[in-house]
Write a protein that binds this ligand. Structure first.
Ligand SMILES: [Zn+2]
Length: 240
């Protein structure tokens, strides 16, 4: 998607002067770091899906909360060992991947951010992040949170709109509906008809639009609460 504000939404689209001046003015209060993957999404969906979808919601959220939020460059290779039987997938080992994420957070922390939302678009990244998060918090001692964007979709809304009632799933109704609504060129209709898995056929752009709106509203609220100090993550206690 493109927004008239796009240049002000992404860290890397600023010059260093523009970025410095906005930080000094105190108008930018939180940072989103999108993390995703590039991996097979069945026969019908482009392999960029996880990256493209998390960037799409990040941009809508930052736009909604402008000028308070900027988005760091996304990590578009994820932890995808379980998809490597399908060539074209890229994967990283958890240790190296977590190091790059740690340094990305550290860079944004050095820039002055104390409210940082790592917004995830790929299931394989969840377990490694959950396993390390306490230690990340003890290093940074600030409000740095990790969430997958689909965690913000209530079961009630998802079940009301998804015919299969299953989410997030992998390249199934939810992700296919998201793509039909946000970047329909990524969905190959002929392949959807001839592949063995028929669940993606239940997806509609209309469902995708409803679910994206619900997610963007909920994440924006969460981030606003982080900025206003109503939502601060607890740092695990240090050993006395
Ligand atoms: Zn996916």
């Amino acid at each position: 998607m493109s927004s008239p504000n796009e240049q002000r939404l992404w860290v890397h689209k600023h010059t260093r002067r523009e970025f410095r001046e906005r930080m000094q003015a105190g108008e930018v209060k939180a940072c989103i770091i999108p993390v995703a993957a590039t991996e097979q999404h069945l026969e019908h969906l482009a392999m960029e899906h996880d990256w493209r979808s998390v960037c799409h919601v990040s941009q809508l959220i930052a736009d909604k909360l402008a000028p308070q939020v900027v988005i760091a460059p996304a990590m578009n290779i994820g932890i995808s060992e379980h998809h490597m039987r399908h060539i074209g997938t890229l994967t990283a080992l958890p240790g190296g991947w977590l190091s790059v994420l740690f340094d990305t957070i550290r860079s944004m922390h050095s820039a002055g951010f104390r409210n940082i939302l790592v917004l995830n678009g790929h299931g394989g990244n969840v377990a490694p992040c959950n396993g390390m998060w306490g230690q990340f918090l003890q290093r940074f001692e600030c409000n740095v949170q990790f969430h997958s964007y689909w965690d913000f979709l209530s079961k009630e809304i998802a079940e009301r709109h998804l015919k299969t009632k299953r989410f997030p799933g992998h390249a199934q109704e939810f992700e296919t509906a998201f793509a039909l609504a946000a970047f329909p060129e990524n969905v190959r209709h002929e392949a959807m008809l001839d592949q063995a898995d028929k669940e993606p056929l239940e997806a509609t752009a209309e469902t995708g639009r409803i679910l994206i709106d619900a997610i963007v509203d909920a994440v924006s609220k969460h981030l606003e609460d982080m900025i206003d100090g109503r939502n601060v993550i607890a740092i695990p206690p240090f050993h006395p």
